[in-house]
Write a protein that binds this ligand. Structure first.
Ligand code: FAD
Length: 464
């Protein structure tokens, strides 16, 4: 049990929040996307929120928590959707939003404090150097760079640049260890993988160095297709066009746009499947040429039609599709599945034809290990856990690994296997196991063998 009074006294002038309701509110993320996690994590709360203003205050906070054996769960903006930022064992919720400076933007790279908002980084990089982040989650407007690196996987831009874990996207991380005297480490090269997508279980990120790309005034495009197969084949073909600059290629099956994308109700006709894309202005003519031989209707293009009061098209993609559906129907949930190449198009076609009406297809096309692949975020009309498992089984039977968004641990989420490099680094950087406890099964159950899982979204840290 945390002695909040004593800990608060240790923390002196460092900003804290003690009000129970406020603390509980900030102990939440988007875990409620999953009906399973919604039930499991409902009562989870920290004892205290601590908001360090700089690295010196952060070091004092970690020292004090270490001395009292208090768990520490870091948080950026709390937009993760598997309860990653929820303090399962109470203790301190470490809100890093005040550490939000962007000290350096130069050709090809940006250096930002962990609490910097992704939108701020893009805004500054565009204004000062005509550059932008290679990729961002569809939560660009709300998420922080530290939360993205520690909790995300990829997103808008992954169609060209692959995932966060692909070498060369995250260039460097400044990290604090959880020891009696926290060490300040600069991790570079493959060492960044000790932290990327580790949910803050292996260290607290204070600064992130990310690769940048040239910025474009991306043109939002919405295409309509009468059959889903054509939409998917077109998406694959577009993704494979390396010289055609694009930032997003998404295929979404009817009835998702008609039922859940209210802002598109005057744009997408009934029974129509859509492809959403972001195309660089200089690539628009090439895109139009490619389109000529496809049975597609141009439903919207932002350079010709203006914005029509629409949000950016990426806010219908990635995990935003689930959010929009949940706003209409609270019984919607989703899954995460990889359609690995080769043969991904056949797998998509087979599953689309054989799954029940309670599974609605949403695909994100990405670069995966240098090949075109599709990552599925199918919407699911939730009935019960048995049916959810059954659906998971149909993907597995078709050779498509799932990465459960209905579990809050690193291993069950299946974004990767038990990661020996991250586990070894945690032994060194957090020997008492105080960082975000409960999220790394391998730490709590050394006999756990997740390596038997056949496929993984990422290679293990430091792997080939
Ligand atoms: P948080 O949710 O606060 O934290 C995420 C994880 O990182 C937690 O485990 C937390 O403990 C840890 N953490 C936070 N800061 C630090 C730090 N400084 N040091 C160490 N650990 C830290 N994700 C994608 O990858 N791609 C998407 O396209 C995408 N789209 C989304 C759309 C919606 C509508 C929603 C709700 C979520 C989406 N997500 C997506 C998930 C989430 O938004 C992203 O992972 C986002 O980058 C998280 O940023 P955050 O600042 O909110 O992090």
């Amino acid at each position: 049990m945390t002695d909040i009074g004593a800990l608060s006294r240790d923390l002196g002038a460092i900003r804290t929040v003690v009000d129970r309701a406020q603390v509980k509110l900030r102990s939440r993320d988007f875990y409620w996307y999953s009906p399973i996690l919604k039930k499991q994590l409902r009562d989870v709360t920290a004892d205290l929120v601590v908001m360090p203003a700089d690295e010196a205050e952060l070091i004092e906070t970690l020292k004090a928590c270490h001395a009292r054996g208090v768990p520490v769960t870091p948080r950026g903006a709390g937009t993760g959707n598997y309860g990653q930022a929820m303090p399962l064992k109470g203790g301190v919720l470490l809100d890093l939003s005040l550490m939000n400076a962007i000290p350096r933007i130069e050709p090809g790279r940006v250096r930002a404090q962990a609490g910097a908002k992704l939108i701020e980084i893009d805004t500054r990089a565009q204004a000062e150097t005509r550059q932008e982040q290679r990729m961002h989650p569809s939560t660009l407007r709300t998420a922080t760079v530290g939360g993205f690196v520690a909790g995300g996987s990829g997103g808008v831009g992954s169609v060209t640049w692959g995932g966060l874990r692909d070498r060369g996207n995250v260039l460097g991380l400044r990290v604090l260890t959880m020891e009696a005297r926290p060490r300040v480490l600069e991790l570079r090269g493959d060492d960044v993988q000790k932290i990327v997508h580790a949910y803050g279980t292996t260290g607290i990120v204070t600064e992130v160095e990310m690769a940048l790309a040239p910025a474009y005034d991306w043109i939002d495009v919405i295409l309509g297709f009468a059959d889903f197969g054509s939409a998917v084949r077109f998406s694959h073909m577009l993704t494979a066009q390396d010289a055609l600059l694009k930032k997003l290629v998404t295929s979404i099956a009817t009835p998702i746009p008609q039922l859940y994308f209210r802002q598109l109700k005057d744009i997408v006709p009934p029974d129509t499947h859509v492809v959403l894309a972001m195309i660089a202005p200089l690539a628009m003519e090439a895109f139009e040429s490619l389109l000529e031989s496809w049975p597609a209707d141009m439903l919207h293009r932002s350079d010709r039609d203006g914005r029509r009061n629409l949000p950016p098209v990426y806010e219908f993609s990635w995990n935003h599709s689930t959010l929009l559906a949940l706003k209409v129907d609270r019984a919607i949930t989703y899954h995460q599945v990889l359609y690995p190449p080769p043969g991904h198009l056949a797998k998509i076609a087979h599953l689309h034809a054989t799954q029940g009406d309670d599974v609605m297809d949403h695909l994100e096309f990405v670069r995966f290990d240098g090949q075109v692949a599709a990552f599925g975020l199918p919407l699911i009309r939730f009935t019960d856990e048995r049916r959810l498992l059954q659906i998971e089984g149909t993907f597995a039977a078709a050779g498509c690994p799932t990465f459960s968004p209905h579990a809050c641990t690193l291993e069950e989420g299946g974004m990767k296997r038990v990661d020996p490099v991250q586990l070894a680094f945690k032994r060194e950087a957090d020997p008492q196991g105080l960082l975000n406890p409960g999220k790394m099964i391998a730490w709590e159950r050394p006999d756990y063998d997740g390596t038997r899982q056949a496929a993984h979204l990422f290679p293990a840290a430091g792997g080939a």
